[in-house]
Design a protein around this ligand. Structure first.
Ligand SMILES: NC(=O)c1c(N)nc(OC2CCCC2)nc1O[C@@H]1CCC[C@@H]1O
Length: 327
């Protein structure tokens, strides 16, 4: 490998480490101007040696041309939606369907964003698709590549041949407010909430616009397609750990619960604390931890039997006009 090639490799590693520290761990390790200088040096070397450009180079995030439209893609594995429980009784009824007590659960915050399906082949991101109707979504790979917390390459030395990752794309509240301020200043319509802003951004035809919005992403489902891979997870909790090892951002506020009481305690804790988070949540997702038991329980027409969303009570929408009682 000649001197330029090793310099290119070194720059990619430095820039990737800086991206991860900043976007995944919110803990910058490099001044912006240093990052920009290294980034420009890498761009210069890649212009000089285009044959050395790889799809996972940090310079390849803001890709191609403006799209004309998005192709429809059928999901290999559907993106299921969740049955909802609006109170403790409905939760207990759900739990009773699988002998509620003798089961280990994983509680995750339910991020109020847009679900995405990502496909990695030999560790490299090859496709990003919106949830759509759960069976078929829109192929938005160029837009997905601009999301800094989505790795272009898995951080594994010997990645499985094929990995499917699902998670929630979202906009932190502050980012959402800034986007609306800009739109208002430009005389454009404002987005109603972060979820709508996320959906509108993901379906932008111009990746440069998506890149400016700085979407974020929490991964929550890992499918390792080949059966006997050493990475094959057997529980949801282990999947979340592997997703972190692979270089994804995984929500830290999760808990393995040994009882329904522990689940309810987690729910009450986050019903209280949710407004301290930098992003919107609309509940807690409770999943049976064991994949063997998930497999045995299977799915109804619409939902997995092994998961449920405990919804937070809808907050008083500030815009709601209070009912005026005239006595
Ligand atoms: N929004 C979320 O944070 C979330 C989550 N933490 N975990 C899951 O698990 C999937 C897997 C089985 C059924 C749903 N789904 C989530 O969101 C779903 C995606 C589509 C509809 C819901 O928003």
């Amino acid at each position: 490998m000649n001197q330029e090639e090793s310099r290119i490799k070194q720059l990619r590693q430095q820039l990737q480490a800086a991206n991860e520290a900043y976007y995944l761990h919110d803990n910058p390790i490099m001044e912006d101007e240093v990052y920009d200088r290294l980034y420009r040096e890498l761009q210069g070397l890649e212009e000089k040696y285009p044959e050395l450009i790889t799809p996972d180079s940090p310079t390849q995030r803001i890709g191609g041309e403006v799209a004309e439209g998005f192709a429809s893609v059928k999901h290999q594995i559907p993106l299921y939606s969740l049955e909802n429980a609006f109170n403790e009784e409905e939760f207990r009824q759900w739990a009773a369907r699988h002998q509620g007590e003798a089961v280990e659960y994983v509680c995750e915050l339910k991020i109020d964003g847009n679900a995405l399906a990502l496909t990695y082949e030999d560790g490299v991101l090859v496709r990003g698709v919106t949830r759509g109707d759960g069976e078929t979504g829109e192929e938005i790979t160029n837009n997905v590549r601009t999301i800094p917390s989505i790795p272009l390459r898995l951080k594994l030395n010997n990645p499985p041949a094929r990995v499917e990752v699902r998670g929630e794309a979202f906009l932190p509240r502050q980012t959402f407010e800034k986007i609306n301020q800009t739109r208002q200043a430009n005389g454009e319509s404002v987005f109603a909430n972060p979820r709508n802003a996320t959906s509108g951004t993901l379906r932008q035809f111009d990746p440069k616009v998506v890149a400016e919005r700085k979407l974020d992403f929490f991964a929550y489902t890992l499918y390792v397609v080949e059966e006997n891979s050493p990475w094959q997870p057997e529980t949801q909790d282990y999947s979340l750990q592997v997703l972190e090892e692979m270089g994804f951002k995984v929500n830290p506020h999760r808990k393995v619960c040994q009882s329904l009481e522990e689940v309810e305690e987690f729910f009450r804790e986050w019903e209280e604390k949710r407004n301290t988070l930098a992003y919107e949540t609309d509940g807690v997702v409770v999943k049976i931890n064991s994949y063997a038991l998930q497999k045995r329980l299977g799915f109804t027409q619409k939902f997995p039997r092994w998961a449920i969303a405990l919804k937070f009570p809808a907050e008083e929408a500030p815009s709601q006009i209070k009912a005026i009682t005239v006595n």
